[in-house]
Ligand binder design. Structure first.
Ligand SMILES: [Zn+2]
Length: 436
């Protein structure tokens, strides 16, 4: 048990260290992750020790240092920069990309033509990036699976894309590309490594909020009531109300929003992330309410926590995950070890962790404006089935304890629900702002 706890702690600390490192590379401010790391390390140790009543002698920093260096783990070509320039899409990687590692095929769907380029053994440091243009409908760059980056150029008319590789730079011509400007840019780009400022500029080249899609997933529904709380009120009703308010708030701010359910119906867990993938969502936000186990302290537990997916088996994450997973055993075979592992790529974990940090912070700030006694339970990771398979940053928010005599009724209070929705929306915007 102690070994498992130590492992979980390592995963969390490692993820935060990764964030700090990534912040440096991307020219972002790492302060908030450094603070989070500082905050998480001693507090978590203290908590686990008191929970288990045993003494831990392992220093967290020592555990981290024992891990293999990052260079040994990853041999993937990282995409450093992408831009649409002079009728071409220019992709710059951190190492040489062989022509043979790129697979190209064309899909036709309902009048849309998708030119797909799969880069084997490649990674991107963001979840998805889109470009819109006049000569094409959309370009999407995303981590297709842990080892593949997929670039999709969507057009309404057929054309013949030309793919060129020159050392670390890959260029794909777009519809309407004119031969007059051939050459130049790609060679120039590959001749020197991009400065931090240049990388940042490339990341900032994405679009306004209205190009972001959020899938909100109100937990449970129909035959699955979720947790039954104080005065027999049901989790499925509270989370649906919050989800609907969140949808309105996000739409007002220019987001495209979908709900996995907008009524009191049962939706299998597997279908929820599938829906988000199909909608090409940039964010998957699952909303739940926590419940304390029956017993002496049932009416004492309260607070808000945000989870992202991991193999974590820490006592607390396991208990909450079991509660949330219980709803749906209809697709048990789907959740095989392989599916789980495939959906757990490092980049997605880091992005989900970042999103969870921003959400948790903003939710707390929003609620504390009007309510007293709001408890911060922090960002945690756990094995939540509903997050498995999501191809975008995905988190599960426990908006409070439905079993608590004060917090439970609050979850049904429209004012409290609005503040929750505002906080979640602020968290998403904060994440977008910080990842530019
Ligand atoms: Zn739930």
């Amino acid at each position: 048990m102690k070994a498992l706890l130590e492992r979980n702690k390592r995963v969390q600390i490692e993820a935060l260290k990764g964030l700090i490192k990534a912040s440096g590379v991307l020219g972002l401010d790492p302060a908030r992750y450094e603070n989070a790391l500082k905050a998480v390390t001693p507090r978590q140790t203290a908590k686990k020790v008191s929970e288990k009543g045993t003494k831990s002698s392992t220093k967290p920093s020592a555990s981290v240092e024992r891990r293999p260096p990052a260079s040994k783990v990853s041999k993937r070509a990282k995409l450093l920069k992408s831009k649409v320039e002079k009728g071409r899409l220019v992709l710059q990687f951190d190492r040489r990309v062989e022509r043979g590692s790129i697979k190209h095929f064309i899909l036709e769907r309902k009048g849309r033509i998708l030119y797909v380029f799969d880069f084997k053994n490649a990674a991107i440091p963001f979840s998805i990036k889109r470009y819109r243009g006049e000569s094409f409908k959309e370009i999407r760059i995303a981590q297709f699976d842990p080892k593949r980056v997929r670039v999709v150029i969507e057009t309404l008319k057929a054309y013949k894309p030309k793919l060129t590789t020159a050392d670390k730079t890959v260029t794909v011509t777009l519809p309407g590309y004119s031969k007059k400007v051939k050459g130049g840019g790609a060679k120039k780009a590959s001749s020197k490594s991009p400065s931090t400022a240049a990388v940042q500029a490339a990341y900032g080249a994405s679009f306004g909020k209205n190009s972001y899609t959020v899938v909100i997933d109100p937990g449970h529904g129909g035959k699955d009531a979720g947790a039954i709380g104080y005065k027999k009120r049901r989790e499925k009703d509270a989370v649906l109300a919050v989800a609907k308010r969140l949808k309105r708030v996000l739409e007002k701010r220019g987001f495209r929003v979908y709900l996995t359910r907008s009524r009191d119906v049962f939706v299998p867990l597997k279908k929820r992330t599938k829906f988000a993938n199909r909608k090409n969502a940039d964010f998957f936000i699952s909303i739940h309410a926590n419940a304390a186990p029956k017993g002496g302290s049932r009416y004492k537990s309260k607070g808000i926590e945000t989870y992202f997916l991991s193999w974590s088996r820490s006592g607390r994450a396991k208990r909450v995950a079991e509660l949330e997973n219980r709803a749906d055993f209809s697709n048990k075979n789907f959740y095989t070890k392989n599916t789980y592992l495939n959906s757990l790529n490092r980049e997605k974990i880091i992005e989900s962790n970042k999103l969870a940090i921003d959400l948790q912070r903003q939710i707390l700030a929003s609620l504390k404006k009007k309510y007293r006694g709001v408890v911060e339970n922090g960002v945690r990771d756990g094995p939540f089935w509903v997050l498995v398979g999501a191809q975008m940053p995905a988190v599960l928010i426990e908006i409070g304890y439905i079993t608590h005599p004060t917090e439970g009724p609050r979850l049904f209070n429209p004012n409290y629900q609005n503040l929750l929705a505002e906080g979640i929306a602020n968290g998403i915007e904060s994440y977008i702002y910080h990842s530019r």
